[in-house]
Ligand binder design. Structure first.
Ligand SMILES: [Zn+2]
Length: 340
């Protein structure tokens, strides 16, 4: 089985994002938001059948761990109330996709975060998504301000209510920023990769893994700059007397394969142990074009893994085994959803 651990619903029916625009306009005008739009099952089916499902079939992958559009989370817009209503609408839509296509999609929740609002307010949404929707993870935004970094670092106890829930439910968090509202940080070209790198560094220098020994985080987009600069982080850990970097982070931090060329994947697999790498493509996402050097889509990452000089057993870990281990509820959910 080939499990893509990083996909977003970038093809949702138009009225969904349309309502978000209206909601934010209403908030600015001090008015209540309009009622949520009607979205039919057929509209959802069409958006998936011509989108993510089609790409899964073309590329030979089986299951996508699926969450709301990341840049659309927009935690810097509105306030805690608008974030709660928007997260609720987005997660409900993911649940509907997973119910319509139970063999192909399993849900991950976006959280109703807002800058300088305690993440405690995310707990009811996590409860709902795990208990009612059967979601297997969360996306945690380390910078809800959208590029101004106004909240404490991920090592701060500020985030601990979310970490306690992750451990209680055996669900990992993918560290994932949303759109940038800071023009110096392009959303997918700089802000995402900065968020990945900063999140890793914040966790590495913290006590989070001592306080929550079984907690698991996925750093997406191949780990941002981390694998390329592994020597720097090893040296920083050594200078700070944290111990060996691999001992400090590798029980708790995992990297996905959203890296859009073969040399990047080769580096990732050379630097990071196979047990810590999860297959992912983020397909129909940030980079949608075809690479003229290969004739294939940049985000068709399975092709790169297929070409790595690894054993079949190691590739099976990357494609399936590691995801089942890191997402503690995944195997049971696969069984449950495939029985439908
Ligand atoms: Zn993403």
């Amino acid at each position: 089985m080939i499990i893509d651990c990083h996909g977003h619903y970038t093809t949702s029916p138009r009225q969904h994002e349309g309502w978000r625009g209206e909601q934010i306009e209403a908030h600015k005008a001090g008015k209540p938001p309009p009622p949520r739009p009607r979205i039919t099952d057929d509209e959802i089916r069409e958006s998936i059948a011509n989108g993510q499902l089609k790409v899964q079939r073309e590329r030979g992958t089986d299951l996508t761990i699926f969450s709301p559009r990341a840049a659309g989370m927009g935690h810097h817009l509105g306030d805690a109330t608008t974030s709660e209503a928007w997260a609720s609408a987005c997660n409900e839509l993911i649940h509907r996709v997973c119910s319509l296509f139970p063999q192909n999609f399993i849900g991950v929740a976006m959280l109703p975060q807002s800058a300088r609002v305690s993440p405690k307010n995310c707990i009811p949404e996590i409860d709902r998504c795990v208990n009612e929707y059967g979601f297997v993870g969360i996306n945690l935004n380390p910078d809800p301000s959208g590029g101004h970094w106004q909240d404490p670092p991920l090592g701060d106890r500020y985030w601990y209510p979310v970490y306690a829930k992750m451990v209680e439910y055996d669900i990992p968090a993918m560290i994932h920023v949303s759109a940038s509202c800071n023009p110096t940080h392009h959303t997918t070209g700089a802000h995402y990769l900065n968020g990945d790198t900063a999140g890793f560094n914040q966790l590495m220098t913290s006590s989070v893994f001592k306080d929550f020994p079984s907690i698991r985080f996925i750093i997406p987009h191949g780990g941002g700059a981390v694998p390329y600069h592994w020597g720097r982080y090893r040296g920083l850990a050594q200078d700070a007397k944290l111990g060996l970097l691999s001992d400090v982070v590798l029980k708790n931090i995992f990297f996905d394969t959203c890296v859009y060329h073969l040399p990047g994947q080769e580096l990732l697999a050379k630097v990071i142990p196979v047990d810590n790498i999860l297959f992912a493509s983020e397909m129909i996402g940030a980079v949608r074009g075809i690479d003229p050097e290969t004739g294939h889509h940049y985000d068709d990452t399975k092709r790169y893994i297929d070409q790595l000089p690894l054993s079949a057993a190691d590739k099976a870990k990357i494609f399936e085994g590691n995801a089942r281990r890191v997402y503690g509820r995944l195997s049971a959910t696969i069984e449950k959803q495939s029985a439908r």
